[in-house]
Each structure stands twice: as structure tokens, then as C-alpha cells.
Design a protein around this ligand. Structure first.
Ligand code: DGY
Length: 325
């Protein structure tokens, strides 16, 4: 008999077809996450869950799912899942690293270039019919080439962002809880520095750290005040890494030149102060949103889910200790 799984939202056709070949699928097709009570009710008889980062899979939800053996997140980040509670219950949690690395790094650069060159402001200006002549002083932005890029969080995505900096002849600084090996530093031309040095010396600061208790508000008032007045902050990681109220103050008061954000402290809510400012580019959490990559992410999550249910090791478990039991 095929195992029963819940897929918590519409996923690309190819991934859904794969799931349907090898499992009995209960699909929630709506755009909104299932309300918690419904998620719990629908998980009661399920052995597998394929979920998104907007599904809160907390200890209570897991406790309501006595047959659950795997929660496969369609995301590299998994702060939406209580991994400790899952581990205690013998539930494997998986994520989707690697397949989104290049696409997410591309988008960090998209945001970086857009904010530095004021692309969104300029687009609004043109559409408003204000482009009546070429002007020498119109939309002066900041140069990117030859500047210093500071990367906080030097995992796969951070390193891939660093690799692209070569093309812009940039100096690259990085900070991470763990220092990279010398060969990686050499290959990427990246120098390890402490966080405050990175903030003081960088023209662009790009965040790529996971959300952990220790990384919440890693960019707060003091950090924003340490940055150059001409510097830009880019966040494609997780919103709570930045104190959004402090960022609004920094952007309003000119402590930094601008910011470009794909993620927010309390998604999908965006701090109203950000919406009023021109020196910030705002995207709706789409860094990995290319058609190819979203298909790869969903397929990987389905494969992980099916692997556990068929007794095989999943490719990317985040709590592999459960598999060793
Ligand atoms: C993730 O995977 O964690 C991103 O935020 C969505 O791609």
C-alpha cells in the first residue's frame, strides 16, 4: 500500500506527479498556509509531510501526527520546523540545500545592483511620465565595481555570492561563526574579519546566515551605526537577522545609503516605515524563485519524503541522528 502524505501547498507539476506515483497524496491547493487546527487534523493519519517555510510545524503539530516519519521542507532554511521536537519523536526533517544556491546568489546580486543604481526608483519615475530629457545628475547611485563586499554567513550561498564579486573586481570580506579553510579563502579571494570590522569597511553588506537564537538581530542599531554612510545592506537570508525598526531609522536618518530586502522580520508583514522610503528595494521573498530552481526544490523535497517512507536514506536530512536509531 502506498504511504499517505500531506503536501501543504501547490507544488510544480513534475514534483506532484512524482509524489502521486509513489504515495497517496492529500494536497492543500490554496495559496495560504493551512490553519494550525486543519494542519493537525490532516496530519493525523499521514506518514509524510511536504511543507513550505510558511508552515509552522511546531511541537504541538508534531504531537498531533502520531504516524509522521518525515517532514520535508521545500526550503534550505528550516526555522519553521521544531527540529528538536521532531528528533525527539523520531521524525526525520529534510531541507533543500544546493539546488537553490546559484539562483539565490544571483538574486542577492540583483538586489545589490538594483539598490546601488536606484533601478526601482528610476523605473517608477519613468512610468510616471517624468523622463523628459537626459540629465547629468539624474538618479546618481553608487558604483559597485572596485568596492568592498562584506558577506555575513559564509556557507554555500555566501560563498557563491563572493565568487560573483570577482567579476566586479571587488575586495571581499566575510564573517562567519566558523572560518573557512585557507584554500577556500584563497580561491574566493575572501578575507575573514570580525563582524564590526566588516561593517566598518564594507560598501555592501550581504547577509547569508541562518536564523538561530544567536543570529536574531545580528544587524541592530549599533551595527547599522558602524556601517559607512555610503553603504548598502542586502538581506536574502531571513528577516529577523535585522532589527527592522532600527533599519528604518538608519535609512531615514542616513546612517547608511540604502537597503535591499527579500525577507522581513514578521513576514508577510513589512514594516510600514520601509514602504515609505525610496532608498530601499523590497522584494516578496523570491530569491530562489526561478522556475527551474523551484521545480528542483520541490522535487528534492518529494524525493526526500519518499526515500524515508521507502526505507532509504534521504539526500539532505537536517537531523541525521534519527536515521541512525
Ligand atoms: C529558503 O529556501 O530557505 C528560502 O528562503 C526560500 O528559497
Amino acid at each position: 500500500m502506498k504511504p499517505a502524505i500531506l503536501i501543504s501547498r501547490t507544488i510544480p507539476d513534475g514534483a506532484l506527479a512524482l509524489a502521486r506515483q509513489r504515495a497517496t497524496v492529500d494536497l492543500h491547493p490554496g495559496p495560504e498556509p493551512l490553519p494550525k487546527a486543519e494542519l493537525m487534523a490532516r496530519l493525523k493519519d499521514k506518514a509524510g509531510l511536504v511543507c513550505l517555510l510558511t508552515d509552522r510545524v511546531d511541537a504541538e503539530v508534531l504531537a498531533a501526527a502520531p504516524r509522521l516519519r518525515v517532514a520535508a521542507n521545500v526550503a534550505v532554511g528550516y526555522d519553521n520546523i521544531d527540529v528538536a521536537a521532531a528528533t525527539a519523536r523520531g521524525i526525520v526533517v529534510t531541507n533543500t540545500p544546493e539546488v537553490l544556491t546559484e539562483t539565490t546568489a544571483d538574486f542577492a546580486w540583483t538586489l545589490l545592483t538594483a539598490v546601488a543604481r536606484r533601478l526601482v526608483e528610476a523605473d517608477r519615475y519613468l512610468r510616471a511620465g517624468k523622463f523628459t530629457q537626459w540629465e547629468l545628475m539624474l538618479f546618481l547611485g553608487g558604483d559597485i565595481h572596485g568596492k568592498t563586499l562584506g558577506i555575513i554567513g559564509f556557507g554555500r550561498i555566501g560563498r557563491t555570492v563572493a565568487r560573483r564579486a570577482r567579476g566586479f573586481s571587488m575586495r571581499v570580506l566575510y564573517h562567519d561563526a566558523v572560518r573557512a579553510d585557507p584554500a577556500t579563502e584563497r580561491e574566493l579571494g575572501a578575507a575573514f574579519v570580525d563582524k564590526m570590522t566588516l561593517l566598518r569597511e564594507s560598501d555592501f553588506v550581504s547577509l547569508h546566515a541562518p536564523l538561530l537564537p544567536t543570529t536574531r538581530h545580528l544587524i541592530d542599531r549599533a551595527e547599522l551605526q558602524a556601517m559607512k554612510r555610503t553603504a548598502y545592506l542586502v538581506n536574502t537570508a531571513r528577516g529577523p537577522l535585522v532589527n527592522e525598526a532600527a533599519l528604518v531609522e538608519a535609512l531615514r536618518e542616513g546612517w547608511i545609503a540604502g537597503a535591499a530586502l527579500d525577507v522581513y522580520e514578521d513576514e508577510p508583514r513589512v514594516h510600514p516605515g520601509l514602504l515609505e522610503l525610496n532608498n530601499v528595494v523590497l522584494a516578496p521573498h523570491i530569491a530562489s524563485a526561478s522556475a527551474e530552481t523551484r521545480l528542483k526544490m520541490a522535487t528534492m523535497a518529494v524525493e526526500n519524503c519518499l526515500a524515508v517512507l521507502e526505507g532509504d536514506p534521504p539526500k539532505t536530512p537536517v537531523n541525521p541522528e534519527v536515521l541512525r536509531r
